[in-house]
Design a protein. Structure first.
Length: 338
């Protein structure tokens, strides 16, 4: 099946990285049809679409791809004439979006009306602007026009419902659910596998991993945080294993997937340890606890200038500006067995 994925416009590079991480984690076979600003065209098995929908934090919409052509009104009309559209008396509407002011020579509203009229004339469907049976959606991006029917519009409200202040145990240092899910996905952990967070705090990352059916293990040096994480995980009916432990000296073996956001020493305590030293010592000592194929996704403040290449291979890194005094550096590592 041919689909298109509309990505979040906030952090396009991270959105794209998350999508490919999900495809890899879930072992989804796919081919890329096109890669455009904020939109990726893919060919994959229809049954795998639900896996993307269930996991993603930065995909906005997934649609069945009907048309990909140059962003020219005449080309669009001619291309639509070759598409078989049979609505079988169902209602529909048409919406057109443009990415970052692209294709200003085309009026989105006029294109909506034009395409709507073509569909109505060629099928037995009728227009319903508020609650249609079928939603047609088009995107003007990169001088191209992508058009299809909406399969799923991913709402961020589900993440807002899990904001830290809405949980039974709250701590101000807990990361937001949307970002926590992103870190989980970037680790490429498959559903059903174990994800470990060695700085689990109140359990934000573990919650998001558990909700996509990962088995979760967490540790924290602060007993109060471990107790709080247990309360939160129980609240979301997530099975867990938690332990009070110093992340620099962990009692584990054969760890394969790690996703973590270590304390910055502001809202979350480092127990007096320098943050840079804490992270570098953690990475040095956990090496012996890792599976040969271990993958680590770790988020740290950019200003720390941490050396990640000692005994690890840096796969990628991304920068996310939070506010003027904090830019997150998100680093993806694999164990270097050489």
């Amino acid at each position: 099946m041919k689909i298109f994925v509309l990505l979040s416009g906030e952090h396009i590079e991270l959105s794209e990285a998350e999508l490919y991480s999900i495809l890899k984690a879930e072992n989804i076979k796919f081919s890329v049809l096109d890669r455009l600003p904020q939109v990726i065209g893919l060919k994959l098995n229809k049954k795998d679409i639900g896996k993307i929908i269930a996991r993603s934090s930065m995909c906005k919409l997934i649609g069945k791809l009907l048309l990909l052509c140059d962003a020219d009104k005449n080309v669009i009309i001619n291309s639509l004439s070759r598409i078989n559209i049979n609505l079988k008396s169902k209602t529909f509407n048409v919406r057109i979006d443009r990415i970052r002011g692209c294709c200003k020579h085309i009026s989105g509203y006029e294109l909506e009306v034009l395409i709507g009229n073509i569909i109505r004339e060629r099928s037995s469907g009728s227009v319903n602007l508020s609650s249609p049976d079928i939603r047609f959606y088009g995107v003007l991006t990169g001088e191209k026009f992508i058009f299809g029917t909406v399969i799923s519009q991913i709402k961020r409200s589900k993440f807002n419902e899990r904001k830290p202040r809405k949980r039974p145990f709250f701590h101000p240092g807990t990361i937001e659910p949307l970002f926590a899910r992103l870190l989980v996905n970037l680790s490429e952990v498959p559903s059903g596998e174990i994800l470990f967070d060695p700085f689990c705090g109140a359990g934000g990352i573990l919650i998001e991993a558990g909700l996509i059916n990962c088995r979760v293990i967490g540790s924290d040096i602060d007993p109060a945080m471990v107790m709080g994480a247990a309360i939160n995980l129980k609240y979301y009916n997530i099975d867990y294993d938690l332990v009070v432990a110093d992340a620099r000296f962990l009692p584990f073996r054969n760890i394969k997937y790690i996703s973590t956001d270590p304390p910055y020493g502001v809202s979350s305590t480092t127990m007096g340890e320098n943050v840079k030293n804490l992270v570098e010592t953690f990475l040095k000592n956990i090496y012996q606890c890792l599976n040969r194929e271990a993958k680590i996704c770790i988020s740290v403040p950019q200003r720390l200038d941490i050396n990640f290449r000692t005994r690890y291979r840096l796969i990628n890194e991304y920068f996310m500006r939070v506010h003027k005094s904090l830019t997150r550096r998100i680093v993806l590592l694999v164990k270097d067995n050489i």
